[in-house]
Write a protein that binds this ligand. Structure first.
Ligand SMILES: CC(C)(COP(=O)(O)OP(=O)(O)OC[C@H]1O[C@@H](n2cnc3c(N)ncnc32)[C@H](O)[C@@H]1OP(=O)(O)O)[C@@H](O)C(=O)NCCC(=O)NCCS
Length: 173
């Protein structure tokens, strides 16, 4: 719980705009990397939020090297999140790894009514601005691209481009 509070404080303090300035952004980078497993040479934007929900403590997040987490990226690691090297998450990308069972009682938010999932994002994948990755998605393959504003409801194979809501394959690379 101490680490969780520390993570939250660091995100509130170092997530603000002032840490965009050259030099100061190194400080943001340092503190995010102090409390999260994030590889070297990350670019971390404003208001990047990495969080777990409903008091779940089992989830985890591991992020590779040379990763872009652009402004307002939001990653729910109530489940497990593994992000490879050279991955780009453009502004406002949202990744979810928990959902609630569709029962009349889901409003109770009991731990047994919450379902968590594991997602792995391969090296060099690029998720465009505002893409939403729903819980239950297991992988986004290496070198895959998700178009801006897409809602991803299926696993995405390597070397493919997906776009739309729901996202569909629009081309191979
Ligand atoms: C996904 C993307 C990379 C595809 O680019 P592209 O290969 O040049 O694609 P095209 O323009 O040839 O489009 C192919 C088809 O997909 C559709 N399409 C492309 N991007 C789309 C998107 N984001 N949502 C829905 N449909 C999309 C096009 O309308 C077109 O449809 P059509 O064949 O029916 O005319 C690009 O559109 C995109 O979304 N880039 C992300 C931009 C971004 O987030 N920038 C932030 C930088 S950090």
């Amino acid at each position: 719980m101490v680490i969780e509070s520390l993570r939250r404080i660091i995100q509130i303090v170092f997530g603000i705009e002032i840490f965009e300035f050259p030099g100061l952004n190194r400080m943001r980078n340092f503190f995010y990397r102090l409390v999260f497993s994030i590889g070297k040479h990350a670019i971390i934007g404003r208001n990047v939020r990495l969080f777990r929900v409903h008091g779940l403590s089992s989830g985890s997040i591991n992020i590779g090297e040379h990763v872009l987490l652009a402004n307002d990226v939001l990653i729910d690691y109530s489940g497990k999140v593994i992000i490879g090297n050279h991955v780009w998450l453009s502004e406002n990308v949202h990744i979810h790894t928990h959902t609630h069972k569709l029962t009349k009682d889901r409003v109770l938010k009991r731990p047994e009514d919450i379902e968590v999932s594991t997602i792995e994002i391969g090296d060099k994948a690029w998720l465009g601005d505002g893409a939403i990755i729903l819980p239950g998605i297991e992988y986004i393959g290496e070198n895959a691209i998700v178009g801006a504003g897409s809602v991803v409801t299926k696993n995405i194979p390597s070397n493919t481009v997906w776009a739309g809501n729901p996202a569909r394959e629009i081309k191979k690379i």
